[in-house]
Design a protein around this ligand. Structure first.
Ligand SMILES: Cc1cc2nc3c(=O)[nH]c(=O)nc-3n(C[C@H](O)[C@H](O)[C@H](O)COP(=O)(O)O)c2cc1C
Length: 205
């Protein structure tokens, strides 16, 4: 599908104000993560992945530090990672489950690993930099949805296991913010529990 190129802006350009969009409102009301293992072809083209990266990187971050990096993982690299991680699955508290969830790593057509990479700053606490990496994950999901794909933001044990992090080439104060798997769902996802806002929201005059 041919789409118009994303608009580009120079530093300091005035940006268009938000416009009311019933379509976007409905999309957000029906947004749902995909089960990673159910994501299949078609996945985004290289050009579409470029758009998804551009849109995902357009995320808030205090101090303009860009405290994250993104690794696009195609099928081959994920198959190799899953093979290298398999012996470590046996060392996890639930080895069978740990091995089974490796299937989530290899199922989707494409995956973007979001690595939180805080930079030293007197001004911006590390926590805020990590939140920015989370915002990137969410915006990657929104971007994938905007291009007509489903997405799944997950972590799993290999995002925390020190040896797995070596295999993933994540280190030096970095953390995995998430694997954003992108593809197509054959069946509609089912609604899941949503919070009762009365429990979560306080209104103050
Ligand atoms: C930071 C983060 C980590 C997650 N890690 C996992 C995971 O390890 N395994 C998993 O099955 N789902 C994981 N999920 C996905 C959630 O379990 C769930 O699918 C998702 O929040 C559904 O929300 P949605 O339908 O509103 O998109 C993670 C989600 C977030 C935000």
């Amino acid at each position: 599908m041919t789409r118009p190129a994303l608009p580009r802006f120079a530093l300091g350009d005035p940006l268009p104000a938000p416009t009311s969009s019933d379509e976007l409102r409905l999309r957000l009301a029906t947004r749902r993560s995909a089960p990673a293992q159910a994501l299949t072809e078609p996945g985004p083209s290289a050009e579409e992945i470029g758009d998804i990266l551009t849109l995902g990187a357009r995320s808030p971050d205090h101090g303009k530090l860009f405290p994250w990096r993104l690794v696009v993982l195609g099928r081959q690299s994920r198959a190799e990672l899953a093979e290298a991680l398999t012996p470590l699955a046996a060392l996890q508290p639930e080895p069978n489950k740990a091995k089974a969830v490796l299937g989530k790593l290899t199922a989707a057509p494409v995956t973007i690993m979001v690595v939180s990479a805080p930079v030293p700053s007197q001004k911006v606490p590390e926590w805020e930099q990590q939140l920015s990496a989370g915002a990137v994950c969410m915006n990657l999901e929104h971007a994938a949805n905007a291009l007509g794909y489903s997405a799944s933001w997950i972590t799993d044990w290999y995002s925390y296991d020190p040896q797995a992090l070596d295999i993933l080439d994540v280190g030096g104060g970095e953390q995995v913010a998430g694997f954003v798997h992108i593809g197509t769902l054959a069946e509609a996802p089912l609604e899941r529990p949503r919070p009762d806002l009365a429990d979560r929201v306080t209104w103050r005059p």
